[in-house]
Structure formats: structure tokens, C-alpha cells
Design a protein around this ligand. Structure first.
Ligand SMILES: C[S@@+](CC[C@H](N)C(=O)[O-])C[C@H]1O[C@@H](n2cnc3c(N)ncnc32)[C@H](O)[C@@H]1O
Length: 290
């Protein structure tokens, strides 16, 4: 008989019941790889064009220099499981704390400015998300004192190490965040900034669980007509302390800026006259602790 046709003399085999495949997951997120086609909201592309910032769940543009919440959404979905804990070494206005809570994760955040730490504490109290957040007023370059405070906060979430580390430092001196000496925006020179950044990277490496991920959000800058590639320099410092680079994501800048109007035309003029290009992107660089 022709292959593929059933021999009518044999009894028809019972069709097997269609059972759902057992979920297949990595050790570091909740994504079920047997249903990988269903995760449209999770990005795997290295170019992110985010037209507007997320404003739900208490997110607002209340701090010059804060990041769009969507960066945290993507990172936490890819690199953490529900109930796990992240550490944000540059908390700023608390974007990570709000997003971690929204996604059912914990967040320990360190911020050097007491004023900002108090502001975020008030914000999370108003939002009623204090249970998933611990805020530390401190200097993230200080391995001993801040390291100890972070470890204590992690203990409150029943872990010794975190499952994700987030570093969104000042982009050197582009924005001066405070007058505090240990504020990275006051490091004085690119080398000084990188030395201080490396101390934070080293603390992040120590506090992150093996096999887990860290992300650095950073942009480049111009000084005296020369491009200073802070993104690549910071990547190098992360590598020096032991992190392996997994991905460089290029993210557009829109969604994070207030209206620029006439000044953007002025910059366009300066770019044309000076032979350079205007920054429209920053980096989200992803690392893994081997
Ligand atoms: C780019 S902002 C982070 C913004 C934050 N991701 C947000 O969405 O609001 C950098 C923050 O790092 C803080 N900072 C600077 N030096 C620091 C240090 N040594 N330790 C801890 N925080 C520091 C600044 O005060 C500032 O709030």
C-alpha cells in the first residue's frame, strides 16, 4: 500500500490526548520557553525605540535624569523571577522600586542624597509599596558601610545576595546631582569618575548571586569637542571586576526629556558647525556574573 495510508484491516489507533508540555524555564526568569511565541511584550532586540515613558503605577517625570520605567520592565522580566530581589545602586527618584513592586519583585535602593532618599520613601509610602522596598541613604562606592547596609536589607527579604543589580550612574558631570563630595557627578575628571564607578561595580559583583545579571544605563558625552565614550569605558570597568558582557542595547532618548523647543535648533546648528552628531541614544549594557 501507499505509504501514509491506513491499512483498513487494522483497528484505528486511539488518537493520543493532547497534553500540555511541562514548562521549560531558565534559572533566572519566569518565561516558559515552551510558550516562547506568546511573549510579545518581552524584547530580544538590541535597538529600543520607546516613544513615550510609562506613566502608570505611580511613575512620573519628577526628576531630571531619571530613566524610563520600561528599561526596568524589560530587565526584570528577562533577568528575575517573581519574588526575587534587585539592588539599585543609584536609586534617584525610585523608578526601579515602583517597577519592581509592580512586577512582584523586591528592591533595595541606595541613594547618596538624603533629600532624594526621603522623597522616594515618602513616594513609596504614599503608593503603599513600602513592603517590597528598602531605601538606604549612602554612598555606593563605600564597600564596607553601604555594603553592610545592603546586606542587612537583603536579609529582610530572606536573601544573602541579590538576583539582579541595576546601575544608572550620573553620566559623569553632565548633570550635577548634588554638592556631595562622593556624588559621582562631582568626580572631577573622567578618570576620577571611572575609578569611583569601578568601586560600585565591584560592590555589585560581590552582592550579586552567581550566574545572575546586572545592567548599566549610561550615555556618552562631549568634552572640548571630543567624544568621551563613557558607555564603553564603564563596560570595561564592569569587565575588570569580573562581569561578562552579554548585550549592548541602544535606546533612544525620547520619552525622557522635557520639551526642548528652540534650544534643540541651536544644538543642530552647533552640530552642523562643529562636525559632530547629537546624542539621540544611550546604552543599556547587560552583564552576567560567571
Ligand atoms: C542618573 S541618576 C539615577 C536615576 C534613577 N534611575 C531614576 O530613575 O530616578 C543617578 C543618581 O545617583 C546618585 N548618586 C551619585 N553618586 C552616588 C553614590 N556615590 N552613591 C549613591 N548614589 C549616588 C545621584 O544623586 C542621582 O540621584
Amino acid at each position: 500500500m501507499i505509504t501514509g495510508m491506513r491499512d483498513p484491516s487494522t483497528p484505528q489507533a486511539k488518537a493520543p490526548l493532547r497534553t500540555r508540555q511541562a514548562p521549560k524555564q531558565t534559572a533566572y526568569n519566569d518565561i516558559d520557553l515552551t510558550r516562547w511565541k506568546e511573549y510579545d511584550e518581552v524584547s530580544t532586540d538590541s535597538l529600543w525605540v520607546i516613544p513615550s515613558r510609562e506613566r502608570s503605577a505611580g511613575h512620573k517625570l519628577d526628576y531630571h535624569g531619571n530613566c524610563v520605567p520600561q528599561i526596568l520592565t524589560q530587565m526584570l522580566q528577562r533577568y528575575t523571577k517573581t519574588g526575587e530581589t534587585m539592588v539599585d545602586f543609584f536609586l534617584g527618584s525610585g523608578t526601579s522600586a515602583i517597577e519592581a513592586h509592580r512586577l512582584g519583585r523586591h528592591c533595595v535602593g541606595v541613594e547618596i542624597q538624603p533629600r532624594m532618599a526621603a522623597y522616594v520613601q515618602e513616594k513609596i509610602d504614599d503608593l503603599g509599596i513600602g513592603e517590597t522596598t528598602r531605601i538606604i541613604t549612602g554612598d555606593s562606592t563605600d564597600k564596607i558601610w553601604t555594603g553592610r547596609k545592603i546586606r542587612n536589607a537583603l536579609q529582610e527579604f530572606n536573601v544573602d545576595q541579590c538576583q539582579f543589580a541595576f546601575l544608572h550612574p550620573p553620566y559623569a558631570d553632565i548633570i550635577q546631582f548634588s554638592n556631595l563630595e562622593k556624588d559621582l557627578s562631582n568626580a572631577g575628571s573622567t578618570d576620577g569618575f571611572l575609578e569611583e564607578f569601578e568601586k560600585v561595580a565591584s560592590l555589585a559583583f560581590e552582592l550579586l548571586e552567581k550566574g545572575r545579571f546586572a545592567a548599566v544605563v549610561i550615555g556618552d558625552k562631549y568634552t572640548n569637542g571630543e567624544l568621551i565614550p563613557l558607555g564603553f569605558y564603564c563596560m570595561d570597568r564592569m569587565n575588570r571586576v569580573g562581569f561578562k558582557t552579554k548585550s549592548i542595547i541602544v535606546k533612544n532618548m525620547t520619552g525622557n526629556e522635557r520639551g526642548k523647543g528652540r534650544t534643540s535648533n541651536l544644538w543642530r546648528y552647533r552640530a552642523l558647525a562643529g562636525g559632530f552628531y547629537l546624542f539621540k541614544h544611550e546604552y543599556v549594557i547587560v552583564f552576567q556574573k560567571p
